[in-house]
Design a protein around this ligand. Structure first.
Ligand SMILES: *Cc1c(COP(=O)(O)O)cnc(C)c1O
Length: 387
């Protein structure tokens, strides 16, 4: 099936639910079995079929089937949040004495997990330049088990050479994990570029409505899926069936939402490039962006999240601009239908490659509003910078 047809059909089996279009919400802790033999059979393989609420319900499985189909992978699993998916996957493949290579422009809570929990459990973490490409080979050690990527990077949007990094990692027997949230399953196909496990904060574009928190992993093959599920089963993480239902419902419009958000984001980003108050626009879909060539080579589109660096260095001026925006709400997260703006202290979040821009960085998420009205809102905001 082509992409748009797959988005509509993946994970649906109306013939199993009285013809109802969407898979219903199955809420369950207990699952009953007709015989002891049937129960013991389910216990032997809790990842096949319905066994107990903590292992998911048919609603969970329908959502996972759809995510795996769109990512182009073997099998998907769901977690209670994007961060839980990241933490659970790292836990599945790392132990005391192992080494992890982590991209320097990773989502800040992932960095915090590495520097606190993984460090406490004896995992050594090296942050690497997101633009290292095949040079990560020089950072690989005997005990490097995992190379973690996020492309484009959080806040600063560096595009990584995923195939080159994957090749260097695989040459030394390490696994390649990718936080694929920015592109969503539609705009970057992880398994065509050497990734072993693709991770999504389903909270963002998949759910698409800013009303739930959920994470997914999709693996290249069944063995990796089993390794992660064995870990999850021990840790007890589970996504609720209502979240899975809503995320699956949100997923059905992912294609049209992203098409409009990309179009508006590109238009607004181009407009911002021309503003005297804006020093840089960090958005790989722009031809002037340093990551554009790699983005063009590997991605199928751009989502609606990017950043600008202002010339302004004064907090009061930036507050005047941002606080007065009418259509851009101030808030973290992104991927919903509404526009957002947030500030970030990037300097505090980089250790391999120092961030040297003195101006304020604003991250913009472009929603489904009329782009002319978003531009007018930003134009009035930029004028307020001068006081
Ligand atoms: C939001 C986000 C996450 C975490 O997702 P949650 O569901 O909020 O835990 C992970 N990675 C990236 C890139 C994100 O933006």
């Amino acid at each position: 099936m082509k992409k748009d047809t797959l988005i509509v059909n993946a994970g649906r089996a109306p013939e199993e639910t009285h013809g109802v279009v969407n898979p219903p919400v199955y809420r369950a802790s207990t699952v009953t079995f007709p015989t002891v033999e049937a129960l013991e059979g389910a216990e032997r393989d809790p990842f096949e079929g319905v066994y107990y609420g903590r292992f998911g319900t048919p609603t969970t499985f329908a959502f996972e089937e759809a995510v795996a189909a769109l990512e182009g992978g073997g099998r998907a699993a769901t977690f209670s949040s994007g961060l839980a998916a990241i933490a659970g996957t790292l836990f599945a493949f790392l132990g005391a004495g192992d080494h992890l290579l982590m991209t320097d422009s990773v989502y800040a809570p992932t960095r915090r997990f590495c520097n606190t929990v993984l460090a406490r459990f004896g995992v050594e973490v090296t942050y690497y330049d997101p633009l290292a490409g095949s040079d990560v080979a020089g950072l690989m050690k005997e005990n490097t088990k995992v190379v973690f990527l996020e492309s484009p990077g959080s806040l600063t949007f560096e595009v990584q050479d995923v195939p080159a990094i994957a090749e260097a990692a695989h040459a030394r027997g390490a696994l390649v994990l990718l936080d694929n949230t920015w592109a969503s399953p539609l705009y970057f196909k992880p398994f065509a570029h050497g990734v072993d496990v693709s991770i999504q904060a389903g909270t963002k574009y998949i759910a698409g409505h800013s009303d739930l928190v959920l994470g997914t992993i999709t693996t290249r093959d069944e063995a990796l899926y089993r390794a992660i599920k064995d870990q999850t089963a021990v840790m007890g993480d589970v996504a609720g069936p209502d979240e899975c239902y809503l995320a699956l419902r949100g997923l059905r419009t992912l294609g049209v939402r992203l098409r409009q958000q990309e179009r508006s984001a590109l238009r607004i980003a181009r407009w911002l490039q021309e503003r005297p108050q804006v020093k840089r626009v960090l958005y790989p879909a722009l031809p002037e962006d340093p990551g554009h060539a790699l983005w063009k080579r590997d991605f199928l589109g751009a989502s609606g999240l990017f950043a600008i660096v202002l010339h302004a260095t004064e907090e009061a001026a930036v507050a005047r601009m941002v606080d007065g925006l009418r259509l851009f709400a101030i808030g973290s997260s992104w991927g919903g239908y509404e526009s957002l703006v947030s500030t970030a202290d990037v300097g505090a979040l980089r250790s391999a490659v120092p961030w040297t821009e003195p101006g304020y960085l604003l991250r913009l998420h472009i929603g489904l509003e009329d782009p002319d009205e978003l531009i007018a809102d930003l134009e009035a905001g930029l004028e307020r910078l001068a006081g």
